[in-house]
Design a protein around this ligand. Structure first.
Ligand SMILES: Nc1ncnc2c1ncn2[C@@H]1O[C@H](COP(=O)(O)OP(=O)(O)OP(=O)(O)O)[C@@H](O)[C@H]1O
Ligand SMILES: [Mg+2]
Length: 270
């Protein structure tokens, strides 16, 4: 692994943060992934797009340890890894914000940020939840990401969609990930809320975190992504630097596995 002091070395000389190779995954008779490759560099925001059922969520769930691939190779920081659970991925500093957010509606903001790892205090040898510490730490996490919520005591069901999305991202970021996956974080949001979440993605990536952003809002790609990877029916069919493509081309690549350039088709075994 490269040490912190080597950070000025050109990124090409370092192993990618993530490398997935020939990933296959079937669900019964459905071949959800038919040999997918993905690479991610530190601080890079990679847009992952493709039609419904193209395999985006399946691929990223494999990286997050939620699903186990049938075959393929996964490397993190140049080392081979095998994830059997999200806890395995978390140990490698990978976090995923799922589309359904997995927040607990009935508890407050701070409780959601610390769900399952609440700070405790010891009184007369017994463990108690340290609420003051929890709210203080929650406020710090949110302030550090410039996430605005009036109070960490609000129950999350009362928050707006954008605030809930921000809390879910804040929770993921608080685990100090090097890789953050977000599955359609802006799909259910109002315009101003989308802006806030996109700004949050930029702040996180500036910390050196590699971000994978799954989205159907293609205009978002051009706001925050460095690169876009297009999936089509369980394969990755194209990849572009964001400055070297256009909305029209991305749309064409998403809908038309059949009108790809012959070289790209050959590369992906079509
Ligand atoms: N747990 C599962 N059991 C059975 N089939 C599944 C499961 N998860 C995904 N699939 C199937 O795998 C294929 C890929 O699904 P996936 O959710 O990865 O697509 P996606 O690109 O994320 O689509 P969307 O844009 O609609 O979210 C689909 O045909 C889907 O029905
Ligand atoms: Mg999906």
């Amino acid at each position: 692994m490269t040490s912190q002091s080597d950070q000025t070395v050109a990124t090409q000389e370092r192993p990618p943060l993530v490398s997935m190779r020939s990933i296959h995954k079937s669900f019964g008779s459905i071949d959800a992934l038919r040999g997918v490759d993905l690479e991610l560099a530190p601080g890079e925001v990679l847009g992952l797009v493709g039609d419904n059922a193209a395999g985006k969520s399946t691929l990223t769930k494999i990286l997050a340890g939620t699903l186990v691939p049938d075959s393929g190779r996964l490397q993190v920081g140049g080392e081979d890894v095998v994830f059997r659970s999200p806890a395995d991925a978390r140990r490698r500093h990978i976090e995923m914000v799922y589309q359904d957010l997995s927040l607990c509606d009935t508890i407050d903001v701070a409780g959601n940020l610390f769900l399952g790892r609440e700070p405790q205090k010891s009184v007369l040898g017994m463990k108690f939840l340290d609420r003051r510490q929890m709210h203080r730490a929650a406020a710090e996490i949110l302030a550090g990401l410039d996430i605005r919520v009036d109070s960490t005591r609000h129950v999350v069901s009362n928050l707006s969609g954008g605030q809930r999305q921000s809390i879910a991202i804040g929770r993921a970021v608080s685990f100090d990930p090097q890789i953050l996956i977000m599955d359609e974080p802006t799909s259910a949001l109002a315009v101003a809320e989308v802006e806030a979440v996109l700004a949050l993605i930029q702040r996180v990536s500036r910390r050196g975190v590699g971000v994978i952003l799954i989205t159907h809002r293609l205009q978002d790609l051009f706001r925050v992504c460095d690169r876009v990877m297009v999936m089509y029916e369980g394969t990755n069919v194209a990849e572009r630097r964001i400055g070297e493509t256009s909305l029209e081309e991305v749309v064409r690549l998403i809908v038309g596995g059949d009108i790809l350039a012959p070289t790209e088709r050959r590369d992906h075994g079509h």
